[in-house]
Each structure stands twice: as structure tokens, then as C-alpha cells.
Design a protein around this ligand. Structure first.
Ligand code: IPE
Ligand code: IPE
Ligand code: MG
Length: 246
């Protein structure tokens, strides 16, 4: 990139969240199976993890598999998890070398055993890293997460006894956020969605209240570090106002 045109002149966005969409269409356009699109998508994800980490992003969250994606064919679902195992096993060394901490949000209890084991190994082996936090949303759905948070809060209130109505009245947005799976992670500054679709599809509904959205027509397997930088540049051209006026 030419000097002076860095998209990071305002610094890197602290938290970037990505809806990695378009793997299927990428494959279809090449007359290939959908799974080869998911494979190419894993390669794109590897590049973006490295690039985001090198660029000073502190948190990178990727939407890898939604609660609704369980509706897809058994072949596609098991293929996606097979690729995930391959990704974490092949890339573990590189993640550790880049000091990346891996974590997962979502309910991945029902994913295939080997995928679960590989993920848990990766989480454990990167837990001592101190660099970028790479958060994989897997079996994730924001509505389920919000409902879960409400349940946990309600249980706390019941367990604490006393005047439940008074306790409920005192609850703050921070109390609620602390029960979400994203607890402790700052809200995303920038949400990117690839493939030309302009919706959230149940991703980070609570957390993206004041995020900036950048939509690109690029299909996820074609998403490059240069395209990432273009999205950051678009983000840096925005004025974030949070409802207030100077
Ligand atoms: C995104 O690509 C990956 C997952 C949802 C797992 P898609 O598989 O949704 O690709 P399109 O939208 O069909 O092109
Ligand atoms: C969102 O993409 C989920 C992921 C990228 C993992 P989808 O392809 O599942 O979303 P819709 O169906 O187009 O809304
Ligand atoms: Mg899609």
C-alpha cells in the first residue's frame, strides 16, 4: 500500500466482527461443490486472522456457523466441521506464533466429537497467548444468547432471595451484557458482511447497537487483506456519534 494511504491512520478498529458469507456461491460459480467453497473460505479466514493481528486489531470475531445453519444438509454440516478440525490442527502453531488467543461463542455442544476436541485443544493451547483475541461464533445465534442471558439473570434474582422486584428494577445494561457470551469483550466497532447480503442473520444483535457496518460484494473466499483494509478505510471515513452531538 502506498505511503500515506494507510487505512489505519486513525488506528485499527479495536474489535472487527465479520459475517463470512458467500462460500456456496463462490463454489457454484466455479461449478464446484459447496464444500470446496467452505474450504476456500477457511483459507481466506487464515489470511485475515494473520492480517488483523499484524494490523493491531485487538478482537476479531467471525461468524462461522449459525444456529440456523443446522438446517443445511447433513453432508454440508459435517463437511464444514471436518474443515474446521483441519483448520485448527494445521494452524495451531501459527496461531501460537502470532500470539493469538482463540475462543468460541455459541452452543457447540452438539458438533462432532473430533471437532469439539480439536477446538478445545486450540482454546487451551492458545490460552497463555496475549495478542489478538480470535473469537469464533459457532452454533451461535444472538437471540438464543440474549434469551440465555435473561434466564441467567432471572436465576440470579431468584437465588438471591429478598425483594425480587427491587433487584429487577436495579438491573443495568451492564448487568445484562455480563451474562452474554461476549461478556468482557468490547462491542464491535466495525461489522463487515461479505457477498452483497445486507443483514445481520442473528449475529451480535445486542453488541452491534452502535457498530459501523460495511458491506462488500466480494464473496468470502475472495476476501483478501487488501479488501479488509478497504473496509477499514471506509470505517475510518465514518463519523461515530452515539446519539450525541458535540
Ligand atoms: C457462509 O457461506 C458460510 C456458512 C454460512 C457456514 P454460505 O454457505 O452461506 O454461502 P452462500 O451464502 O450460500 O453463498
Ligand atoms: C450467516 O450466513 C451465517 C454465517 C456466515 C455463518 P447465512 O448464509 O447463513 O445467512 P442467510 O441465510 O443468508 O441470512
Ligand atoms: Mg450465506
Amino acid at each position: 500500500m502506498a505511503q500515506g494511504s494507510s487505512p489505519y491512520t486513525k488506528g485499527a478498529p479495536r474489535h472487527v466482527a465479520i459475517v463470512m458469507d458467500g462460500n456456496g456461491r463462490w463454489a457454484e460459480r466455479r461449478g464446484k461443490l459447496r464444500l470446496s467453497g467452505h474450504n476456500a473460505g477457511m483459507n481466506a479466514m487464515t489470511e485475515i486472522v494473520r492480517h488483523a493481528s499484524d494490523s493491531g486489531v485487538e478482537y476479531l470475531t467471525v461468524y462461522a456457523f449459525s444456529t440456523e445453519n443446522w438446517k443445511r444438509s447433513e453432508d454440508e454440516v459435517s463437511g464444514i466441521f471436518g474443515l474446521l478440525v483441519k483448520f485448527v490442527e494445521l494452524k495451531l502453531r501459527e496461531l501460537v506464533d502470532n500470539d493469538v488467543v482463540v475462543s468460541v461463542i455459541g452452543d457447540y455442544s452438539s458438533i462432532p466429537k473430533d471437532a469439539k476436541a480439536a477446538l478445545e485443544r486450540t482454546i487451551a493451547d492458545t490460552s497463555a497467548c496475549t495478542g489478538m483475541r480470535f473469537i469464533i461464533a459457532l452454533g451461535y445465534g444472538s437471540r438464543a444468547d440474549i434469551l440465555n442471558a435473561a434466564r441467567k439473570l432471572a436465576l440470579d434474582v431468584v437465588d438471591s432471595g429478598g425483594d425480587a422486584a427491587a433487584r429487577l428494577a436495579r438491573l443495568t445494561e451492564s448487568d445484562f451484557a455480563a451474562k452474554l457470551s461476549t461478556s468482557g469483550v468490547p462491542d464491535p466497532d466495525l461489522v463487515i458482511r461479505t457477498s452483497g447480503e445486507k443483514r445481520l442473520s442473528n449475529f451480535l444483535l445486542w453488541e452491534s447497537a452502535y457498530s459501523e457496518f460495511v458491506f462488500t460484494d466480494v464473496l468470502w473466499p475472495d476476501f483478501t487483506p487488501a479488501e479488509f483494509d478497504r473496509c477499514v478505510a471506509e470505517y475510518n471515513g465514518r463519523e461515530r456519534r452515539y446519539g450525541g452531538r458535540g
